[in-house]
Design a protein around this ligand. Sequence first.
Ligand code: SAH
Length: 369
Amino acid sequence: MLADLFPDPMSASPAHPIDLAELDRPQIEQAVADLGVPRFHGTQVFQWIWARGVADFSRMTDLSQSLRTRLEERFRIATPAIETRQVSSDGTTKLLLRLEDGRHIEAVYIPDTPAQTFCVSTQVGCAMNCAFCLTGKMGLVRNLSAGEIAAQVRVLAHATGLGPSSFNIVLMGMGEPLHNYDATMKAIGILTDAKGLALHPKRITLSTVGVLPGLEKLAQEPLMPNLAISLHATTNEQRDQLVPVNRKYTLEDLIETCKRFPLAKRRRIMFEYVMLDGVNDTPEDARRLVRLLSGIKAKVNLLPLNEAAGIPFTRPADDRVNAFAQILVDHGLVVTVRRSRGRDIRAACGQLIVEGERRSAGQRLGTAL
Ligand code: SAH
């Protein structure tokens, strides 16, 4: 079971040569140097994969023919295959990707937000089981490896033709990134490596329900992405119902951890707040939210619910959303309302679900933590 959740890229057999897409730059340099050639050839291979998006050794034209042949014999570069591509009327594009073991994930390109944004998954399914999220209905099927997380960016860049400095990444697809901590951080390391895509960490946003041991570790990391917290409620009673991980890591502890979280100059923690009609969208909720966030460098992103069959909530009317936002603004908070994108192709927040995968190896909160 554990081996299934954490595929080990280094345990390669001749039939399954080592997957270089799973390795960070120093590891690729070492793996190539182990062939008895200078280390910089490993750097070149890393550049081909991550800076130029080339996953085929025969196209690595600055390497000798004999080295290319030896690389082919020893290594492979796994790249998820695009099984379907759906384009929304607003330009949002959702890719259904097939992984090497036949599992599926979704990755989304959201144009003009105003930036170009790639929304990337960190798990097949999710164990968090938030009451309003379709991905949660799948349970957790398995963690993605670092290579599988980072590869979504390679595939999206290729599919959209966008170059490295022209897109942002949000870890807001399927899965809970801090429930797959090591692979997520290794993927961030690969994506930010100066010899690869060289993405600035501030172009990456990690969104979490607040798995506190993960947040504590993240606070120590040298490479710090932007942080978004899926808050969604202002009392433990309510959050226990909406975001079940709250039963383990309470609202007070989450807020305390956010207060201590180190932030670079001019950066803020984004608090996401899904709006459910008549449930968490009253003026009292807004005022409680203001009190909770006082003393934190915060901004609030309101997410009017994306409705779906099987989700037992409705989206509030716009004037209710605006009234809620106004209370926050009146108390000095920076507030944005997330425009829902790609709803017609079920690519909006909380709508990612791969039908065939659900329940297969599903693990729900309770057993998973
Ligand atoms: N597991 C991480 C990453 C998911 S990010 C997290 O929870 O933060 C996706 C964001 O969309 C989260 O804030 C999530 O709570 C929110 N979301 C989930 N379902 C939604 C829905 N139906 N409508 C609007 N937002 C939703």
